[in-house]
Write a protein that binds this ligand. Structure first.
Ligand code: CMP
Length: 139
């Protein structure tokens, strides 16, 4: 069976606050870049130390970020994997699916084009990455 049949990326995007406020034309063009992916529980999605090749949006389910200070849980609407794409540094942590999770995957080059083309979105991603970096540094 295929899990993506009948599921509309645009409908899943409505769960992502990051994209709230964008007009239809922008949403449609971003939707074309997002690739649906289904992750079963415990699947390693991002490996610490790897080069970042994509960012991930959680359309449903949950993912755990394994940090020295413990596991940070992310859920529907959250993004992860943005830090390596923004900073060029290796992945900061393992990220593992905690439940059956539906992800939308944005490849590195597409993420960077989107950041360049959309200052509002760029500011949001930068703010998320900065606050995570700060949390990890002060931990
Ligand atoms: P990246 O470093 O590319 O890969 C691991 C990801 O885990 C990272 O991007 C962030 O998306 C996420 N992450 C790292 N630290 C935190 C944190 N303190 N809280 C939430 N997510 C985090």
């Amino acid at each position: 069976p295929r899990f993506d049949i009948g599921l509309d990326t645009r409908a899943l995007m409505a769960r992502l606050d990051l994209f709230a406020g964008l007009d239809t034309a922008h949403l449609d063009s971003i939707a074309k870049l997002l690739k649906p992916r289904f992750a079963p529980p415990r699947e390693l999605i991002v490996r610490k130390g790897d080069r970042g090749d994509a960012a991930f949006f959680i359309a449903s389910g949950a993912a755990g970020v394994d940090l020295p200070q413990g596991r940070v849980m992310l859920g529907t609407g959250d993004v992860f994997g943005e830090m390596a794409l923004i900073t060029g540094e290796p992945r900061q942590a393992d990220v593992r699916a905690q439940t059956y999770s539906r992800l939308l995957v944005l490849r590195r080059a597409d993420f960077q084009n989107l950041m360049r083309a959309n200052p509002d979105l760029r500011a949001k991603f930068n703010a998320i990455a900065a606050s995570r970096r700060q949390a990890n540094q002060s931990a």
